[in-house]
Design a protein around this ligand. Structure first.
Ligand SMILES: Nc1nc2c(c(=O)[nH]1)N[C@H]1C(S)=C(S)[C@@H](COP(=O)(O)OP(=O)(O)OC[C@H]3O[C@@H](n4cnc5c(=O)[nH]c(N)nc54)[C@H](O)[C@@H]3O)O[C@H]1N2
Ligand SMILES: Nc1nc2c(c(=O)[nH]1)N[C@H]1C(S)=C(S)[C@@H](COP(=O)(O)OP(=O)(O)OC[C@H]3O[C@@H](n4cnc5c(=O)[nH]c(N)nc54)[C@H](O)[C@@H]3O)O[C@H]1N2
Ligand code: SF4
Ligand SMILES: [Mo]
Length: 714
C-alpha cells in the first residue's frame, strides 16, 4: 500500500510517501506531489518506520515495582494515577502537582488539543513546558509588541533578497519558527537570484558554510550587536516604517535608547568589527526585500527576550515587517491567534515561582525552576509530576539535579512510549500509540509556514486493540483528575472523547469548516474540511503570505508597540553584564544540532546513530594547544554544576574561546529500555548547563555561553 503523509519529526512538514506491507513499513521517501515540500525529505524521515517497529517502544502501561516495572492493564494504571494524584492534591493543594509538556506535543494533533486541557484542569501554578528551554523569548516579544504570544513573524524566505540570520542553523535543523521544507534549497535560491544570506554565529555551521558571509560572534552578545545595527540605522537616517508609520508607537523611545550603542562601543564585546556592523546595517536597510531572523542561539541565552525584540525592530524600522520578502505573518486555515478558545493571548506575572520568584508567562513557569520547586520543602512544594512527551532529564538545564528531584517525588506519571532517562523515574508510564497509528494535522506548524498551507494525514496503521492514543489518555486523565472543577466546555469535550464519540478529527473538521477559508457547515462546498483535505492527500497550498498585520492587530485591539517598557528596562541589565569582569581562562559552551538527531529521542534508531561518533567537543586549535589537547584526546569539561569527559575535535569552525557539544545525548543512565541509544550513549550537555543562568526577563533557560573549564583527561 502507498500512503501520503506529513513527517512529524521536525518543523519542516515534509510530505512523505510511505510504502507498507501488512503492518510493516517497507520504504519512506519524499512525496514529489506535495506542493509545499516538492519531494524534499531529510535522512531522519525513515526513523518514523524505525519507531513504528522498535521493540523497545512501550505498548502497554508500566507500573513501578521497586526498582523495576511490570506491565499493567489500562484500568489499573489509570486507577493508580487518579488515586495518587487526587490524594496529593487533596492533602497539599492543587499546585503540589506539576505538569510538563515536551516538544513532540506540538507535532501531535491529539496531544496538542488535549494536553493543555489537562494542565488547566489540574488548577496548578506549576505548569511547565519545553517552551522555556526554547522559543519563549520570541513569544514574549510578540506578546509585548503585538499583543499576542503567537503572532510570530516568519521570514518570507522564498521572496527575500537579503537574509540576516542570528543563531540559527536551518541546514541542520531544517528550520524553526519557519516551516520551510527543503530550506537549504530555498536559501541557495536567495543567492542564485543575486541576494545574500548572512550568518551570525559563534560556529561556522552548515548554514554558515553555504551562506554569502559568516561572522563569528561572542555567545550571548547579540543584543549588543543588534543595538549597534539599530544605532547605525537611526544615525544615518535609514529608518522608515512604511505602511506601519501611522500605527506604530514609541519610535522615538527606540531612537533615544540606541543612541549610545555606536558600532565602536559594541565591537569589542561582540567580536564583530565596527566596519562590519555599519556595512551590515546599510545593506540591510538598502535591500528592497530583506529579513532579519533569529532562533535558538539568540533565544536560549541571557538576553533572549531583548534579542527577539531587537530582531523584530530591525525588520520594523527598515520597512521589512509585514511586507513581501520581509518578516511576515501567516493566515493559516485554523488561526489560533483569532480563536481565543484554543490558546490565550499570553499573560505575564500573574503568579511567581515560590523559590526564586520568577514570574509566570502564558500560564507557565520556566523549566529552569522545576528542580528547586520539587526540592524545597514548604507549602506548594511540587510533590507529583505528570510528563507528556518530554525528557527534561536530558533537555533541561542541570539535568542531573532534575533527575535527583524526580527520584524524590511522591508520585510521577509519564505519557510516553519510551522508558528513558526521564520516564525511568515515573511510577506509572502510559504509552500512547506510535506516530503512524494516529491521524495528523499540523495545528501549530501551518501557522509558522512560509506559505499558507493545509494538509491532513489519516493514520496508516490500525493500532492494536488495547492501544490508546495520546488524546484518549489525556481525556481520561482530565476527566478523572478534574472532576467537579472542570469548565463545562472542557468537560463535555473530555467526556465525548473518552467515550470515543468525538475524536480530534471531528474537532479538526469543525475548526477547518469555521475558519476563513472553511466549507462552513454545508455538506458540499469547495471550502476546507477534513473531507476536502482527504481528497487532496498531498496537501493544499492556500497562497503566499500576505501583509495582514494591521488587520490582525485591529482584531486584537492593538497597535505595534516598538518599545514596551519591560524590554526597554532590561537594557540596563545588558549594560551591567557588558561591563562586568569575567575570568579569562574559562571557555564558553554552546550547543549544536546534527541533521541525524532530534533532541533526545531518535537515538534508538540504528540507522541514525551508526557511524562516526557525533557527540564530541569542538574546540579551537589555539584553545586546544593551550590545554595540551591533541587529536584523539579526551577532555574533561567542568562547569559550576557538573563535569564530564568527552572526545575532542579540534577545529577552527568554532571561534577561539568557544567550545561546542551537541544536546540530547547521555543515554548511559541505568534502568532505561533503549537498547540502541544506550550503545551510542554520548554525554549530556545539560550535565553542564546551569539552571541559575536565565534570561532574567522571560525566564527562558540560557544554555548558550555556559562558562566551562576544559582540561586534558588522563
Ligand atoms: N536535526 C535536528 N533538527 C531539529 C532538532 C534537532 O534536535 N535535530 N530540533 C528541533 C527543535 S526542537 C528546534 S527548537 C529547532 C532549532 O532550530 P535552530 O535554531 O536552527 O537550531 P540550532 O542548531 O540550535 O541553531 C542555533 C545556532 O545558534 C548558534 N549559537 C549559539 N549561541 C549563540 C549566540 O550566543 N549567538 C548567536 N548568534 N548564535 C549562537 C549555534 O552555534 C547554532 O548554530 O530545530 C529543530 N530541528
Ligand atoms: N543544552 C540544550 N538543551 C536543550 C536544547 C539545546 O539546544 N541545548 N534544545 C531545547 C529544545 S529547542 C527543546 S524543544 C527541548 C526538547 O525537550 P523535551 O521536549 O523535554 O524532550 P525531547 O528530547 O523532545 O523528548 C521527547 C519525549 O517525547 C516522547 N515522545 C515522542 N513522540 C511522542 C508522542 O507522540 N507522544 C508522547 N506522549 N510522547 C512522545 C519521546 O519518547 C521523548 O521521551 O530540549 C531543549 N534542551
Ligand atoms: S526535514 Fe523534518 S519534516 Fe522533513 S523529513 Fe526531515 S525530519 Fe521529517
Ligand atoms: Mo525546540
Amino acid at each position: 500500500m502507498t500512503h501520503f503523509r506529513t513527517c512529524t519529526l521536525c518543523e519542516a512538514m515534509c510530505g512523505i510517501r510511505i510504502e507498507t506491507e501488512g503492518t510493516r513499513v517497507t520504504s519512506i521517501r519524499g512525496d514529489d506531489a506535495d506542493p509545499f515540500s516538492r519531494g524534499h525529505i531529510c535522512p531522519k524521515a525513515v526513523a518514523l518506520g524505525d519507531i513504528h517497529a522498535d521493540p523497545d517502544r512501550l505498548r502497554r502501561p508500566l507500573i513501578r515495582d521497586g526498582q523495576s516495572f511490570r506491565e499493567a492493564s489500562w484500568d489499573e494504571a489509570f486507577d493508580r494515577v487518579s488515586h495518587e494524584v487526587r490524594a496529593i492534591q487533596r492533602a497539599s493543594g492543587p499546585s503540589a502537582v506539576a505538569v510538563y509538556l515536551g516538544n513532540p506535543t506540538i507535532h501531535n494533533l491529539g496531544a496538542l488539543l488535549f494536553g493543555p486541557d489537562l494542565a488547566r484542569a489540574l488548577h496548578t501554578k506549576h505548569r511547565f513546558s519545553a517552551t522555556s528551554v526554547d522559543q519563549l523569548p520570541h513569544m514574549f516579544a510578540s506578546f509585548l509588541m503585538f499583543g499576542h504570544q503567537l503572532l510570530l513573524p516568519v521570514p518570507d524566505v522564498d521572496r527575500t533578497d537579503f537574509m540576516l540570520i542570528f543563531g540559527a542553523n536551518p541546514v541542520a535543523s531544517n528550520g524553526s519558527l519557519m516551516t520551510a521544507p527543503g530550506i537549504e534549497k530555498r536559501l541557495r535560491a536567495i543567492r542564485e537570484r543575486g541576494g545574500s544570506v548572512i550568518v551570525i554565529d559563534p560556529r561556522r555551521t552548515e548554514t554558515a558554510k553555504m551562506a554569502s558571509e559568516h561572522h563569528f560572534i561572542r555567545p550571548g552578545t547579540d543584543a549588543l550587536l543588534l543595538l549597534g545595527l539599530l544605532h547605525v540605522l537611526f544615525a544615518e537616517g535609514r529608518v522608515r516604517l512604511g505602511h506601519l508609520t501611522d500605527a506604530a508607537i514609541n519610535l522615538e523611545r527606540v531612537r533615544e535608547l540606541v543612541s549610545e550603542f555606536t558600532p565602536e562601543s559594541v565591537a569589542t564585546s561582540t567580536g564583530v568589527s565596527a566596519d562590519t556592523i555599519r556595512s551590515l546595517a546599510r545593506r540591510f536597510a538598502d535591500s528592497k526585500r530583506a529579513v532579519c531572523y533569529g532562533r535558538m542561539g539568540v533565544s536560549t541565552q541571557r538576553f533572549g527576550a531583548l534579542c527577539a525584540w531587537l530582531v523584530n525592530l530591525m525588520n520594523l524600522v527598515t520597512g521589512h515587517l509585514d511586507v513581501e520578502g520581509g518578516a511576515m505573518f501567516t493566515e493559516p486555515a485554523i488561526d489560533v491567534v483569532g480563536r481565543p478558545t484554543l490558546i490565550g493571548r499570553g499573560s505575564l506575572g500573574r503568579w511567581k515561582s515560590r523559590v526564586r520568584g520568577i514570574p509566570e508567562f502564558g500560564g507557565e513557569l520556566p523549566v529552569a525552576v522545576l528542580a528547586e520547586e520539587m526540592e524545597r520543602p514548604g507549602p506548594e512544594r511540587i510533590e507529583a509530576l505528570i510528563t507528556l512527551a518530554g525528557n527534561p532529564a536530558l533537555s533541561a538545564p542541570n539535568g542531573p539535579r532534575v533527575e535527583r528531584a524526580l527520584s524524590g517525588l511522591r508520585f510521577m506519571v509519564s505519557v510516553d512510549f519510551y522508558l528513558n532517562e526521564t520516564t525511568r523515574h515515573a511510577h506509572v508510564i502510559l504509552p500512547p500509540t506510535g506516530p503512524l497509528e494516529h491521524e495528523h494535522y499540523d495545528l501549530a506548524l501551518h501557522a509558522l509556514a512560509v506559505q499558507n498551507t493545509a494538509k491532513y494525514s489519516p493514520p496508516l496503521f490500525e493500532p492494536p486493540p488495547d492501544a490508546r492514543h495520546d488524546w484518549q489518555i489525556l481525556a481520561e486523565l482530565t476527566l478523572r483528575l478534574a472532576q467537579g472543577s472542570l469548565p463545562r466546555r472542557a468537560r463535555i469535550k473530555a467526556e465525548a472523547l473518552a467515550k470515543r464519540a468525538l475524536g480530534p478529527r471531528r474537532l479538526l473538521d469543525l475548526a477547518l469548516r469555521t475558519g476563513e477559508r472553511g466549507a462552513g457547515l454545508r455538506p458540499r462546498s469547495d471550502g476546507l474540511s477534513v473531507a476536502h483535505l482527504l481528497a487532496h492527500p498531498h496537501g493544499v497550498v492556500l497562497g503566499p503570505l500576505r501583509p495582514c498585520l494591521l488587520r490582525r492587530l485591529a482584531a486584537l485591539g492593538r497597535v505595534p508597540d516598538l518599545a514596551p517598557e519591560p524590554l526597554v528596562e532590561d537594557v540596563e541589565r545588558l549594560r551591567r553584564w557588558r561591563d562586568a569582569e569575567r575570568p579569562r581562562e574559562q571557555l564558553e559552551l554552546i550547543g549544536r544540532r546534527h541533521v541525524l538527531s532530534n533532541n533526545s529521542w531518535l537515538h534508538n534508531s540504528l540507522r541514525l546513530v551508526k557511524g562516526k561518533n557525533r557527540c564530541t567537543l569542538l574546540i579551537h586549535p589555539e584553545d586546544a594547544l593551550a590545554r595540551g589537547l591533541s587529536v584523539g584526546c579526551r577532555a574533561r569539561v567542568a562547569s559550576r554544576v557538573g563535569e564530564l569527559e568527552v572526545d575532542v575535535e579540534i577545529t577552527d569552525a568554532v571561534m577561539p574561546g568557544v567550545v561546542s557539544l551537541p544536546h540530547g545525548f547521555g543515554h548511559d543512565r541505568p534502568g532505561t529500555r533503549l537498547s540502541v541509544a544506550s550503545q551510542h550513549a554520548g554525554v549530556s550537555i545539560n550535565d553542564l548547563t546551569d539552571e541559575a543562568n536565565l534570561d532574567a526577563l522571560s525566564g527562558n533557560a540560557a544554555f548558550s555561553g555556559t562558562a566551562v573549564s576544559v582540561t586534558r583527561a588522563e
